[in-house]
Structure formats: C-alpha cells, structure tokens
Design a protein around this ligand. Structure first.
Ligand code: PMP
Ligand code: GLN
Length: 390
C-alpha cells in the first residue's frame, strides 16, 4: 500500500473533476451557450436579495449557530408543514447545511458505516457516489428503465438490491438528470422495502417545486412509517435561483438529524450566515414567485424539448427539474461523452453526458442532458446552433 502519495486517495480517484465543472470550463473556452451545468441565468426574488444585503449591513457576518439561524430553521419547518403537512421541530429536527451537497455528505458520512451498502438510482447525481466513497461505504445501483418517452424505476431490481448490508437508499424526485418524477406506486414500494429491511431513506428533494404539468410533489416522508426513517433534503439553490448561496437544509427525526450534524459540523461547521435570514424570508413570503418561476420553467422545458426534436434528437419526457435528456444517435453521434466534449467547439453549445451519472456506461453512453433554466432568447439561439448539427 502507498502511504504517502500526491494523488487523491484511491476511493476518491474517480471523482477528480466534476462533469459540471469540466463542461462549464469547455463552454467558457469556446464561448458556448452553457446548457450543461444546471444554474439559472436570472436572479431570485428581489425582496430576498434585498434581505441578504440588509443582513450584511446589519452585521450578520459572523458564525451563525451550528444548526443554522433559528429563523431559517423555523421557516423550513413552517414551509414543510404548510406544503405537505409534515411537522418537524425546528430545534431538533431541522439542520441548515452548506447547500444540499453538504446535507447529502453529512447524512451519509454521519449514518453509514464503512462497508455498508447505499442504494442509488441510476443515473444518480454525482455527489451521491462521492459521499458514499467518502464514507468508505459501497454503492449498489438500481437503474431507471425506459417507460414510453420517459423513465421508470426497475422495481424488480430495486427489490433485489435490498439486503442485510443495506444501510440507506438515496432517492431523488424530481430527478436529475432525467426529469423523472417517481410515481406514488414507486414511493410505496420504496417505503415498504425500507421498513421491511430497516433501511434509512435519504430523499433529495431539491427540485420539489420545479415540477410540471399540474403534478404536485409528494415527499417520501409523508408515506406511513417513513417520517421516522427519512432524511429529507432540500436547498434554496434551485427554488430561489441562488445556486451560489449554498443554503441547504435537512429535516428528519432528531436522532438521524443529530447523526448528520455530527459529520456536518466538521465539514464546514457553518456557512452562508447572511444568506440564511434572506432564505427564511423567501420561504415565508416568496412562494408565489416560485410558482411563477416553475411555470416559466415548464414553458422552457417545452421550448427546449421541441427545439431538440426539431434538430433531430430523440427527446425524453421531462416532468420536472431544469433538465431534459436527449439522444443524439439519430444525428449520427453514438457516444454522448464524446459528443459533449466536442459540442462547445462544434456547435457553440454545452451539454452534459449522462454517462457521468452511471455505473452501467453501455446502457447510457449515448444520452446527453440539456439544462433549460435560461432566458428564452438564449434558448432560441442555442436551438438555432443545434439545428445546424444535421
Ligand atoms: N441534489 C441534486 C439532485 C442536485 O441537482 C443538486 C444541484 N442543485 C444538488 C443536490 C446540490 O444542491 P446545492 O447546490 O444546494 O448543494
Ligand atoms: N446540480 C447542478 C447540475 O446538476 C450542478 C451542481 C454542481 O456543479 N456541482 O448541473
């Protein structure tokens, strides 16, 4: 065994540069329109931005309390009670984190023993695999499978994945990268399996409000028996267009939240001090803004999906998030990874290969993800550029 090296430790070697950073770098290099990394190109609600400026002016510039400022924890609790009838004690059952990313890492590192298994749904957000690796745990991957023009959970594979070594499952609905919303039947099966096998559920619900076509988000924690074994994770990033603020939170029973906090306090201790009261304000007062933003995104989803279809891509159904997945094979491109690496230069557009989110590269190799949280004019220009690929 090499004791000292200048490389990342073995278990982190697959994670050297995130695909989002890499594709954004290529986009910048080639002056391409960035439909790769998922971030919006417009600001969040003005009153929230003003509240952050005010918080800085008022001197909220030192360490906030470890669990987060009380007004944000209370707003997070109120929000979940109003939206879903889920009641959490803001002092013991809510933890503010440095984005959902730290919520995920803190939960897995704080709750999963080395060698235990964590079930991920493939394609999975890259931070899940990295968190599992940091914990020294083992990921067990269950695929989404094609279902019409969308995707659905492979229920047999899911059932088979649960076993005596399973510590946790991470689910993400609405789902990055596919835009899939898990059905109530899928959630019922997940709830049943978690209880049968005494497994903790980590529900990454950062896109809870970005859901389309009149659907409503149903948190796994609302299923009978699940509040007691679910850590629900969300974030201001995508709800309020502030991906740079890194204000996230998790909610769950006090023992699970306490375990996540044990790890989290040595990751960052705290973060985003002046942004926390601003997000509290937004949760209490700006949900109408969020509804309008989701309606606009739904339109953009349709705009981008139609444009991709017109340009000759196969296009999958996106039911939520910022993302739509497309198949460039009809245009003669069979490798999504290669396609995305050359697209900024070739077409002046950046996208992300879905192969970055999977273990089973062969099945997903062709697929690419486009982000559509962009100004309509930008989308129209990107569409015109992609149309020239033919
Ligand atoms: N989970 C998913 C599914 C995401 O797409 C993202 C990116 N918004 C995150 C977690 C990370 O969220 P944050 O930026 O709040 O850390
Ligand atoms: N969540 C964003 C995406 O999926 C990216 C976040 C990041 O760059 N780490 O595009």
């Amino acid at each position: 065994m090499t004791v000292v090296s200048r490389h990342p430790v073995q278990r982190l070697q697959p994670f050297t540069e995130t695909i989002f950073a890499e594709m954004s770098r290529l986009a910048t290099e080639h002056g391409a329109i960035n439909l790769g990394q998922g971030f919006p190109d417009s600001d969040g609600p003005a009153s929230m931005l003003a509240a952050a400026q005010q918080a800085i002016a008022d001197g909220h510039n030192q360490y906030p309390p470890g669990p987060g400022v009380p007004e944000l924890r209370q707003a997070v609790a109120r929000h979940q009670s109003t939206e879903y009838g889920l009641d959490y004690d803001p002092d013991r059952e809510v933890l503010i984190t440095v984005g959902a990313t730290e919520g995920i890492a803190g939960t897995i590192v704080g709750l999963v023993e080395p060698g235990a298994e964590v079930i991920l749904i493939e394609p999975y957000y890259d931070a899940y695999a990295a968190a599992v690796a940091m914990a020294g745990a083992v990921r067990r991957v269950v695929p989404l499978v094609p279902d019409g023009d969308g995707f659905a959970l492979d229920r047999d594979a899911l059932t088979a994945a649960f076993g005596p070594r399973t510590a946790a499952i991470i689910i993400n609905s609405p789902h990055n990268p596919t835009g899939t919303v898990l059905s109530d039947d899928d959630l019922t099966l997940i709830a049943q399996l978690c209880q049968e096998h005494d497994v903790i559920a980590v529900a990454d619900e950062v896109y809870e409000h970005l859901i389309f076509d009149g659907r409503k988000h149903h948190p796994l924690a609302t299923w009978p028996g699940m509040r007691e074994r679910t850590i629900r994770i969300s974030s201001a990033a995508k709800t309020f267009n502030v991906t740079g603020w890194k204000v996230g939170w998790l909610s769950g029973p006090a023992d699970l939240v306490g375990a996540a906090r044990t790890a989290k306090q040595f990751m960052s201790y705290v973060g985003s001090g002046p942004f926390q009261p601003a997000v509290a304000h937004a949760l209490d007062h700006e949900m109408d803004w969020v509804a309008e933003s989701a309606a606009a995104l739904e339109r953009k989803r349709t705009l981008v999906s139609d444009a991709l279809r017109e340009a000759g891509f196969g296009v999958h159904r996106s039911e939520g998030t910022y993302f739509v997945c497309a198949d460039p094979r009809p245009l003669g491109f069979h490798d999504g990874d290669e396609f995305c690496r050359t697209l900024p230069e070739r077409a002046g557009v950046a996208a992300v290969p879905v192969s970055a989110f999977v273990d089973d590269a062969a099945t997903w190799q062709h697929m690419v993800r486009f982000a559509f949280a962009k100004d309509d004019k930008v989308i129209v220009e990107a569409a015109a550029r992609l149309a020239r690929l033919r």
